[in-house]
Design a protein around this ligand. Structure first.
Ligand code: ADP
Ligand code: ZN
Ligand code: ZN
Length: 666
């Protein structure tokens, strides 16, 4: 009697045994089609145990062993097992979320045979000669052996991407595959283009969640079969089995989109580190503003710190950063006279300006001054944002929309107003103020798809004459990794809002955002200028920004974190519950606390259950409970036992809960 032990995509921390007699050769790592309940599922064979704990008559026969791909390799299992135990997720869920959707279907669509595409045509412009700094970085990584984690801290425009390309070249020459993780592929078409240009004949796989199912399967297989030699992907790509992996690069490693926000809430950057240690590989985490977690590791020597302190283009300098104190100043639509003058000068010189306001829509809320009504979302504890362009009120959390009412829904007053300012409002004002300028707004409303975004980028780059773009206004979409050679002015308005936000990570994020967006200015021969409007010009964040001094600001923040006992000096997990009634969510969390005797876990601290900041989303009330420990192993051990207990708590049927390890948002 032959038995396969199978992982299925279920939130259950167990495996399932099936009979496989007569189904042909079985191997761990092959997919298998099995009956489950009244339907069928695709699972992964984890092992072939000689016997089962179940009686033979309780075992069901499997239906088919799928051998259209080679078995998933042992290091794939090791990575998934690590993720499963670290993030308290069921192994079956981890293993199956790692596969492209097409390979998990019980009745698959017709599969075409596939070959990795060559990266594409294009004229190789001849790589630039590396700067001395770049040479040093390259040598350090290329001369490393075994597991070697590097943090590459390079100021914006210092040529980090060029270093990645050279590292990839070296890996290819060694006959290895290279994995390049990027935050959001839609935001970085330039990077994809640079890779295709540099490696026109190297098969390259691109992996991200927006790919159509067939394309995703094709790219994944090309990578898994070793046909693709360069793999560029977003966080999910970290799970791709790669038989000859020789290098991992994580670009913009500080970026929050490396964190998965539902299902298993993993950090692809952290898993990349584990994967590099598992495969005994070099890994490079790159950023102009590293996460404090990575920076702390670089300080203790756990990661080797490599720095690029100068811009790579020899004539390019870091932009001069000016603060404009707006406390006693008459602003028009939030814009200071100094910033207006600076924009005017750029228009005269036919250079580009970028105005950064990290809030999309026309205004964050519509309100009635007569009765105090505001445009709340019916489903969420949040305001609906005014979108004047399409005459909608829209909730940015759940997507609920309404037409903008003509009069106040409660008192009938016709005099209702948008309060506050978003990119659309700024755009409208700029259009009025600079009527001859060509203005382009870039945010998630104007660039919904990858195609739209590419079209916008194209305009920004090569528009000339009547087509040229003079003023860009937009959100952080504009901050990420772009190279706009004619851009010489960056203005930031409304940045202060994040300075005193309730989330203690907000300053770290604000600093990174401003540094990144400032880094768009003056990347080529034309010198850049950055104007930041603020009511807190003395704030240390702005002082460090003016000095382009990430290390000193990071040191300040790390000292604060150490004193306050925050990560990275403590380790956290969050238990969250949501239910139609807040009381049910809180009760669940209280029951979770009651599961344990504090004296059994002296190294772990449980806080009181509290409503989340966004306390209602999609008509569900949400509460959370923070767990903390100074020791990672203690926290891990605690979570493993606690999770088993959580599964036994009786709760209303519409209550959902999840555990998040290393939460980023509160
Ligand atoms: P980063 O990724 O650090 O922001 P990039 O790699 O995009 O920087 O480089 C910024 C600019 O400098 C790009 O236009 C790039 O082509 C150019 N560049 C990079 N390295 C060199 C070099 N060694 N010599 C000349 N130009 C370079
Ligand atoms: Zn009213
Ligand atoms: Zn909503």
């Amino acid at each position: 009697m032959n038995i396969a032990r199978v992982a299925l995509d279920l939130p259950l921390h167990r495996l399932f045994d099936y009979l496989i007699d007569g189904l042909g050769p079985a191997e761990p790592g092959l997919r298998i089609r099995v009956p489950f309940g009244r339907s069928e599922k695709i699972g992964i064979i984890v092992s072939l145990p000689g016997h089962s704990d179940l009686a033979p008559e309780q075992l069901k026969p499997a239906l088919e062993i799928l051998a259209d791909t080679p078995p998933l390799p042992p290091d794939f299992f090791q990575l998934c097992e690590f993720a499963s135990s670290y993030y308290q997720a069921a192994l079956g869920e981890v293993l199956l979320q790692a596969l492209p959707p097409g390979l998990k279907k019980a009745s698959p669509a017709k599969r075409r045979n596939t070959k990795a595409k060559a990266a594409g045509k294009g004229v190789e412009p001849g790589p630039p000669r590396l700067t001395a700094e770049q040479e040093r970085v390259l040598a350090a990584v290329n001369h490393s052996s075994g597991y070697a984690p590097f943090l590459l801290h390079g100021v914006t425009g210092s040529g980090k991407t060029e270093v990645y390309l050279r590292l990839i070249t070296a890996a290819l020459e060694r006959g290895q595959q290279a994995l390049l993780l990027v935050p959001e592929i839609n935001l970085t078409p330039q990077l994809e283009a640079r890779i295709r240009q540099r490696f026109p004949s190297v098969p390259t796989a691109i992996l991200h969640s927006e790919l159509a199912e067939a394309a995703r399967e094709r790219e994944w297989k090309a990578a898994f079969l070793g046909q693709a030699r360069i793999i560029v992907g977003t966080r999910l790509a970290i799970f791709t089995p790669l038989p000859e992996l020789g290098l991992i690069v994580v670009d913009e490693e500080h970026d929050a989109s490396y964190k998965q926000q539902d299902g298993m809430r993993y950090s692809a950057r952290d898993l990349a580190i584990y994967r590099a240690s598992l495969g005994k590989l070099p890994i490079v985490l790159g950023s102009a503003t590293p996460s404090l977690e990575s920076w702390a590791h670089a300080q203790t020597g756990r990661y080797t710190l490599l720095s690029l302190e100068e811009r790579a283009v020899s004539a390019a300098r870091l932009p001069a950063i000016h603060l404009v104190d707006t406390r006693r100043m008459a602003l028009s639509e939030g814009v200071s006279p100094a910033l207006q003058d600076a924009i005017r000068k750029r228009l005269e010189a036919k250079e580009q300006s970028l105005i950064f306001l990290n809030r999309r829509g026309y205004a964050p809320v519509l309100g009635c001054t007569a009765c105090g009504w505001v445009s709340r979302c019916q489903r969420c504890a949040a305001n609906m944002v005014v979108h004047l362009k399409d005459q909608r009120l829209r909730c940015h959390h759940c997507g609920f929309e309404l037409r903008i009412p003509r009069a106040c829904p409660t008192c009938g007053n016709q005099d209702i107003h948008p309060f506050g300012r978003g990119t659309q409002r700024l755009e409208a004002w700029l259009t009025e103020t600079f009527p001859t300028a060509r203005i382009l707004r870039v945010d998630r409303d104007s660039a919904k798809s990858k195609k739209q975004w590419e079209a916008l980028l194209q305009q920004i780059h090569d528009g000339s004459g009547a087509e040229r773009v003079d003023i860009l206004v937009g959100t952080q979409m504009l901050a990420k990794g772009h190279d706009f050679p004619r851009l010489t002015l960056v203005g930031a308005v409304g940045a202060d809002a994040a300075l005193f936000a309730a989330d203690w990570r907000a300053p770290e994020r604000l600093f990174a955002q401003l540094m990144q967006v400032a880094g768009r200015a003056g990347r080529a021969e034309l010198p850049g200028e950055v104007i930041i409007q603020t009511e807190y010009p003395e704030h240390p964040l702005y002082a460090a920004l003016r000095a382009h001094d990430y290390p000193s600001y990071a040191a300040t923040l790390l000292t604060e974190r150490r004193q306050a006992g925050f990560p990275p000096y403590t380790f956290q997990a969050m238990l969250r519950a949501e239910a139609p009634q807040m009381a049910d969510a809180i009760d669940f969390l209280k029951a979770a606390v009651a599961l344990i005797l504090p004296e059994n876990h002296p190294e772990v601290l449980l806080y009181d259950p509290v409503p989340m900041r966004l306390s209602r989303l999609w008509s569900l009330e949400r509460a959370q409970l923070l767990v903390e420990s100074a020791s990672r192993p203690s926290l891990q051990a605690f979570l493993a036992t606690w999770r088993e207990g959580l599964e036994t708590i009786k709760s209303p049927s519409r209550l959902r809960w999840h555990l998040e390890v290393d939460p980023l948002e509160f």
